[in-house]
Design a protein. Structure first.
Lengths: 382, 385
């Protein structure tokens, strides 16, 4: 075992940190709770290569490994969680296109991410009645000649307001319940019948776009289906496997920044004639936070490393996601506690970290789903 | 970065696992019930080069890296935490400081037989009034000619009843506080070296834990370990390795708790189905497995770094703190999953629960680990991994 980053990985980390601090930070620090990420920032991220991080260099991407990708998401999340999720989801779609797509998919869709024509992309799986039970989705795709007619509604579509195209899971076989009747489609925003619904009003991640989407008789050519009919859930689950590592990396980034803020505050705030950092009660919080943070970072790196080696990593990714997100939520809560009343008001950043990070144990598989995945895995292994 | 074990590490782990399954696990219950010291196992472990794993082969050891040592200790502790701590003390607390701080002559005299397992070591830092505040040493060492005369009482000394050699900390210059502390290698057969009490413990009953009274014990100057007045430095550096050892022991206990729970939950039926089918049970085991892996990562990282010769004040403390609290949680959960059967001696979790608790206490309580971690972070800030 060797826990040190390679020089290349360190360089990627440095690049992402520098971009986050010098380009992202000045923009997002001016946003109000109602503002979304400016298109201009998304385009800059795209132009710099952040939207196609793991796309092979031969196909115009940055060609990074999973571990480097995780480092980038963490660095972005340290500065802006909303930016990190927009970038993470877009990369997830780029990876789907590389992994599952054919040349014509690359020409029509991947190229838009590489050129910045579509600054982001979106993943449409969740519906009103199907969250964790994703394969119970009800949106339909009915075959009509050499095209499909899509009807249904999707919710919690990250980047809904920014993306030029969407990856959509819809049921091509309504006779079959569950995953085998589901297929994956790529749908341009400009298609007739695509309606971008309301922006959700969220607790955190306010600068990211999260919309509902309605599809009314949207016609999609057969060639815009990925893989075969009935293989859509496989596409989705493979995408989510990587998504878990990136959400874990996002939680880690927010937690790091929150802990940095907590330590800084503990050094300067004085009560009873001593700095907070001199009290054991506060030391405890910092010690617990940093210990769990280190453990989370190592779990993430191992999962990402396994993925980059093309080794099985479903169990490890679920463990990394479960541990890191729950750690981050606890940590961000404790850093508010260190700040006392100041932690509750918006002049200090820690309340925002808590709101931003809270979602991480919900999306890309709730903690409950992760525990189910882990339990099945370890019970099967005995 | 890579997360592969070397071929050598895998071979050592497998060898230790085989020995643990074959020889240690069958005795664990008896050792716990009788409090008997497993003389025969320690001898066999010496034969397998498990007693001086990180000592160079030229000095009688196995010449392994620290991660291989951690993997072996984890396997032994999975079977029996008492046997694990006997091994841990000899390797981490006795062989390591002698390897790092002794003269060549001392290494030949003391380290070679310790590493070969011909002699057993113990480590005497704690005193009745110096637990977490280890710098507050009341044991005195007064220079007399070519010797030091030691007087004082040492408390909670693991392996103390069986050891041939003991690393003893004593103050050679009380007015200098921690800078007046020195370390000595003391032969336990020395006149005046007396075992005054054998403790009865909650768990790890197969290892001895004694109080030692030093009554005018004369120790030759040649047995001074490192320089006079630099004993506390030896102690702190040694504890960095010791904490990694306890973390490895905790990993073993935590794994044993998970293994027992997985097995039991599939066999035990309630409401017409195995209890493994219930989310309440599944989720406890998912948490056990996840925390165990998190603890492994911290421990392996600390071991790998320590193996390069680096100081690891934060890494060792984080590994020890997290692994010991994980193992307490896992043991608690194993008892809970076993229900009433978890509370009786016929099932393993009852012993694991008692054994686990010590990991949060010895070689620095959880509280002192937190202080060390926090002080370092407040001083140095958060660093990249």
């Amino acid at each position: 075992m060797k826990f040190e980053l390679t020089d290349d990985q360190k360089a990627v980390q440095e690049w992402a940190r520098n971009f986050s601090e010098t380009i992202v930070a000045p923009v997002v620090s001016k946003l109000s709770d109602r503002d979304k990420l400016p298109m201009d920032l998304l385009k800059k991220l795209s132009a710099e290569g952040f939207m196609s991080l793991m796309v092979p260099e031969a196909q115009g991407g940055a060609g990074l490994d999973s571990l480097s990708f995780s480092l980038v998401i963490t660095e972005l999340a340290r500065i802006c969680a909303s930016t990190s999720i927009s970038v993470a989801v877009t990369n997830m779609i780029a990876d789907v296109l590389v992994r599952e797509g054919q040349k014509h998919h690359h020409d029509k869709f991947l190229s838009q991410l590489l050129s910045g024509e579509s600054p982001t992309a979106s993943f449409c799986l969740t519906e009103n009645s199907s969250g964790s039970d994703a394969s119970a989705l009800q949106m339909t795709a009915k075959k009509e000649g050499d095209q499909y007619c899509l009807n249904g509604e999707k919710i919690y579509v990250t980047n809904g307001a920014f993306s030029n195209f969407f990856l959509i899971m819809a049921r091509t076989n309504t006779e079959i319940n569950g995953s085998k009747g589901v297929s994956a489609f790529l749908v341009p925003r400009a298609s007739k019948g695509v309606v971008i619904g309301k922006e959700e009003d969220k607790m955190g991640l306010n600068a990211s776009s999260t919309t509902r989407m309605v599809f009314e008789n949207v016609l999609v050519p057969e060639s815009d289906r990925l893989l075969n009919e009935g293989e859509g859930m496989q596409v989705a689950l493979r995408a989510l496997d990587g998504g878990r590592i990136s959400v874990a990396s996002q939680a880690l980034g927010v937690a790091k920044r929150s802990l940095e803020a907590g330590i800084e505050y503990a050094k300067v705030r004085e009560q009873f004639g001593k700095t907070l950092g001199e009290f054991q009660a506060i030391q405890w919080k910092i010690a617990n936070a940093s210990t769990e943070l280190s453990a989370a970072e190592l779990l993430i790196r191992r999962a990402a490393w396994l993925k980059s080696q093309k080794l099985p990593h479903r169990l490890e990714a679920s463990m990394a996601k479960l541990f890191s997100t729950e750690m981050a939520i606890r940590l961000c809560d404790e850093m508010i506690q260190i700040h006392g009343g100041y932690g509750y008001i918006k002049d200090y950043p820690v309340e925002k970290y808590y709101r931003d990070v809270r979602v991480t144990s919900l999306y890309e598989g709730t903690s409950e789903i992760q525990r189910t995945v882990i339990a099945k895995n370890i019970l099967g292994g005995l | 970065m890579n997360f592969n074990f070397t071929d050598e590490q895998i071979a050592v782990r497998d060898m230790a696992r085989d020995f643990a399954d074959r020889r240690v696990r069958p005795l664990a219950d008896e050792l716990d019930k009788t409090g008997r010291y497993p003389q025969e196992l320690v001898k066999e472990m010496a034969g397998l080069s498990l007693m001086g794993m990180c000592v160079p082969e030229s000095l009688g050891g196995a010449g392994m890296d620290m991660l291989a040592y951690v993997l072996a200790l984890e396997e032994i502790s999975t079977a029996c935490a008492s046997t694990g701590v006997i091994m841990s003390v000899n390797n981490s607390l006795v062989c390591e400081p002698i390897k790092s701080f002794a003269t060549d002559e001392q290494k030949q005299r003391f380290l070679v037989p310790l590493a070969k397992g011909e002699k057993l070591g113990c480590y005497a830092l704690t005193e009745p009034n110096a637990g977490t505040d280890a710098g507050h040493q009341e044991t005195k060492a007064i220079k007399k000619g070519q010797s030091f005369v030691l007087n004082g009482t040492k408390q909670f000394i693991t392996n103390g009843a069986e050891a041939d050699l003991c690393i003893v900390y004593a103050s050679t210059a009380p007015e200098k506080g921690v800078k007046g502390i020195s370390a000595f290698i003391v032969e336990t057969k020395s006149p005046g070296f007396k075992i005054s009490k054998k403790e009865k413990k909650l768990g790890i009953k197969g290892s001895s834990c004694v109080q030692i009274v030093l009554d005018n014990v004369e120790v030759p100057e040649a047995n001074l370990l490192h320089r006079e007045g630099e004993g506390f430095k030896v102690a702190m550096s040694t504890l960095e390795v010791g904490r990694i050892g306890i973390a490895a022991q905790a990993l073993g206990i935590g794994q044993a708790a998970l293994t027992a729970s997985l097995k039991y939950s599939k066999e035990r039926e309630q409401f017409g189905q195995p209890i493994a089918n219930f989310q309440a049970i599944q989720f406890m085991m998912a948490d056990m497995a996840t925390r165990l892996e998190a603890a492994r990562m911290l421990t392996y990282k600390a071991a790998q770094l320590k193996g390069t010769g680096a100081r690891t004040p934060v890494e060792s403390s984080q590994a020890k703190l997290y692994a010991s609290e994980m193992c307490m949680y896992n043991a608690w959960a194993a008892v809970q999953i076993h229900g009433g059967y978890g509370y009786v001696e016929d099932y393993i979790p009852e012993r694991l629960f008692r054994d686990a608790k010590i990991c949060e206490i010895y070689e620095g309580t959880s509280e002192v680990q937190r202080i060390l971690i926090a002080r370092n972070l407040i001083k140095e800030g958060l660093s990249d991994l």
